[in-house]
Design a protein around this ligand. Structure first.
Ligand code: SAM
Length: 314
């Protein structure tokens, strides 16, 4: 489907109160949707955590912050199972439900996830299995939150987070930063600098591609995954300047600049290309895109990676 058609549909949906929910429905109709979300969330949460080395003995008591909960509570629950005493998870919208949680948590014991969690956790495998059994029996979100000491803050502000804590040993996000405006990213990175204690670590997975090229019924198969870099800010605002479609069109270079500005120490950045790579030529990239960077040495870098994991500490 031509991306402008999807963009027009999303613009229409954005004017309805339940636009975000309606936009999410096509994805949920896929076979094994809840099982796949559970396994993907568990895999990604563990993969990010395994990137860092924290001695389990020195991890108690510790707090974790997840930015951008989305529709699934699986990552927050995994953080609890890894041994965090308190998990704060925040989003600009309120999308979690016990119905979805119950459908997803029943798949958490597939594969070797529980064994992998136990290897990193302050809990033993037996304790983790007992916890999972209890989690699978809960009928309300309050039971889940109390049991795991999860604080879920939808429609959050930065001061809501600070009411819970001003120090987080681990801060993570999964494909969220690309949906955040540069103005808020600047504030968030400054806060992360202040929230991370000396031994604290942040691990963020960021998707850098044009979401109109994402797979699915609405995918535009005729565009490069970096198509959105061709347009001026004004044109892009016209097509995708609404809460459903918004992406900031920033590459990994921008996040590295944010770390540098805030004096955050980058431990690693792992860039990936997970699908056929169709970078734009330098002349196709709009000058408004290039202007977003303080010191961009190679314009080609803007299309270098489709996704990446940024790991930094105080
Ligand atoms: C692609 S979803 C990812 C959700 C979840 N992390 C996952 O992996 O399924 C992006 C999420 O980022 C949230 N989001 C957008 N702007 C945000 C912000 N400023 N702070 C926190 N979350 C935000 C959206 O509401 C949405 O839930």
């Amino acid at each position: 489907m031509n991306w402008k058609l999807k963009a027009s549909l999303q613009k229409l949906l954005h004017f309805t109160k339940i636009g975000d929910t309606l936009n999410h429905i096509p994805a949920t109709l896929k076979k094994d949707y809840h099982k796949n979300v559970c396994l993907y969330q568990a895999y990604e949460c563990l993969r990010k955590f395994e990137e860092i080395e924290i001695e389990t003995e020195s991890r108690n008591p510790k707090k974790a912050l997840e930015i951008g909960t989305g529709y699934s509570l699986i990552s927050s629950v995994i953080l609890h199972l890894l041994g965090f005493d308190k998990v704060v998870t925040v989003d600009i919208s309120k999308d979690v439900s016990i119905k979805t949680f119950r459908k997803q948590i029943q798949h958490i014991d597939s594969g070797d996830f529980l064994e992998r969690i136990a290897l990193q956790s302050t809990f033993s495998l037996t304790e983790i299995k007992e916890k999972v059994q209890q989690l699978q029996s809960f009928q309300t979100l309050e039971e889940v939150f109390d049991f795991c000491n999860i604080v879920y803050i939808p429609n959050y502000t930065l001061s809501d987070i600070e009411k819970e804590s001003t120090s987080f040993d681990y801060i993570c996000s999964q494909v969220v930063f690309e949906h955040i405006s540069p103005v808020f990213l600047v504030q968030l990175f400054a806060k992360m600098k202040s929230w991370l204690p000396e031994n604290g670590v942040a691990v963020h997975t960021i998707n850098f591609i044009d979401h109109f090229a994402n797979p699915g019924f609405f995918q535009d198969k005729n565009i490069s995954e970096f198509n959105f870099l061709k347009y001026s800010d004004e044109t892009w605002k016209y097509w995708a300047g609404n809460d459903i479609a918004y992406t900031n069109r920033l590459s990994y270079v921008y996040y590295l600049e944010l770390c540098e500005t805030n004096n955050l120490t980058v431990i690693d950045f792992k860039g990936e290309n997970y699908r056929i790579h169709n970078p734009l030529s330098v002349s196709e990239i709009h000058s408004d895109i290039i202007k977003k960077y303080k010191k961009l040495q190679n314009v080609e870098d803007l299309c270098k990676y489709q996704r990446g994991t940024l790991i930094f500490k105080h």
